[in-house]
Design a protein around this ligand. Structure first.
Ligand code: ATP
Ligand code: MG
Length: 401
């Protein structure tokens, strides 16, 4: 590699005023985790930029990994010099000679965040353009479509040269927006919803309802594997596994069949909310997409949502199934979700659930049933496991954003 460091631009981060410190701290921590196998690197952060000093580590591999870190707007392999014009000129020419191939055109783009520097951007462009033209035979300028755009960044303490801007994943660093409880089924949608919440900085704990013996160990394993995929992106994720058999059996017995799905969802939401409260979460996340199935009509959501005031994030609400599948493939959860094992809702699903349930009706049916002790019991018997990222793996989502 022709560079000794990678310069990282925060993007949206820089607009966050007072919270900036938290964001930078989380981003640094997340980058450290993703690059944990590169022992020699150093990470330096200031208010505007972060730098990864390669110290001989493989820059190309590091670049690939950085594409999967939320909170990075863009990044560039770079070299650094002091602010002595002669040193700068030598460094620029050196770098350019290594990168340039015969016949390639160039331009220079200067960014000057140090406004006190004695040369302005036009002057710098001219000085460096002339210097390169003088020293490299037959070199040509093309300001519209150059093959090489030599970028010069004049900062307060140093100057950086780079020739490439690599787009980052955008979003906010995971953990910078608080914690949400992801209702994770074994399906295609909920892992994608978790991933998209992470993109906006939400730290996730997963909650899964299972109904042994109607659902098998293998369907539980499926959820563990999905959680591990999310952990590969964000770092360790807690998974709460809630025993739900008793409640589902009671619902099947006591609630009219066409309302059993609505009540089931309300109970799942109540229990998730209780687990959220105990774990200091601020939101609940689901994989619902409007109109996809009976429980996802607006009428259903209205009747189900009635049990809590907690914000419910539904990142997929406007998406078509094909869009959701594209993302699930990119984050490598599709194959796991597609394993054929049953899920607690498919086992108990009524033949014809109401697509337009009435809130008052479901409240009325439920008023005859004492759910509270069962809710407490389910929460008490919830098994919580911490799912670590797979040691050697870092899942990429490549060019999704
Ligand atoms: P998914 O693909 O995520 O299973 P879906 O299209 O099958 O979604 P539903 O089965 O109606 O839709 O579930 C809607 C949402 O409810 C899911 O995205 C998930 O957030 C939550 N959910 C459903 N079943 C469970 C479960 N067994 N445990 C936890 N959450 C669940
Ligand atoms: Mg499902």
């Amino acid at each position: 590699m022709n560079y000794d460091r990678i310069l990282i631009r925060y993007g949206e981060l820089s607009t966050k005023g007072k919270n900036r410190k938290v964001f930078i701290h989380k981003l640094k921590r997340n980058i450290k985790r993703v690059l944990r196998n590169f022992e020699k690197i150093n990470i330096e952060a200031d208010r505007e930029r972060m730098f990864i000093l390669l110290n001989g580590e493989n820059g190309l591999e590091i670049i690939e990994l950085l594409k999967n870190v939320f909170g990075i707007q863009s990044f560039s392999p770079a070299i650094k010099t002091d602010k002595e014009l002669e040193n700068m000129k030598n460094a620029a020419l050196d770098l350019f000679k290594k990168i340039h191939q015969a016949g390639e055109t160039f331009k220079i783009t200067t960014k000057r965040s140090d406004k006190t520097y004695y040369l302005d951007t036009n002057e710098i462009n001219q000085i460096f353009g002339a210097h390169l033209l003088k020293n490299i035979p037959e070199l040509k300028v093309d300001v519209k479509k150059p093959d090489i755009n030599l970028q010069i960044e004049i900062r307060e303490k140093a100057v950086y040269f780079s020739c490439e801007n690599i787009p980052g994943a955008g979003g906010l660093p995971v953990g910078s927006s608080g914690k949400g409880m992801l209702m994770l089924s074994g399906g295609i949608d909920s892992p994608v919803a978790g991933f998209l919440s992470m993109k906006r900085g939400v730290e996730i704990e997963a909650v899964h309802f299972y109904s042994p013996p109607f659902t098998s160990e293998r369907s539980k394993q499926k959820v563990i594997d999905l959680t591990e995929k999310l952990a590969n992106i964000s770092g360790a994720v807690k998974l709460h596994i809630v025993p739900f058999t008793e409640i589902q059996q009671l619902i099947a017995k006591q609630v009219p069949e066409n309302y059993s799905m609505t009540t089931t969802r309300r109970l799942m939401l109540r229990i998730t909310d209780e687990i959220r409260r105990k774990n200091d979460g601020l939101a609940i996340i689901t994989g619902e997409s409007l109109g996809q199935v009976a429980s996802q009509t607006l009428e259903s959501m209205y009747a189900i949502n009635d049990v809590t005031n907690t914000p419910i994030l539904r990142p997929l609400i406007t998406m078509d199934k094909s869009e959701i599948i594209d993302i699930s493939r990119a984050i490598d959860t599709f194959e796991i979700s597609n394993r054929p094992y049953e899920d607690c809702c498919t086992v108990f699903v009524p033949a014809s659930p109401k697509t337009k349930p009435k809130k008052e009706k479901v409240q009325y049916f439920e008023s005859y049933i004492e759910f509270e002790p069962l809710i407490s019991k389910a929460v008490e018997n919830t098994e919580t496991i911490a799912i670590a990222p797979k040691a050697a793996e870092q899942d990429g989502f490549g060019d999704l954003f």
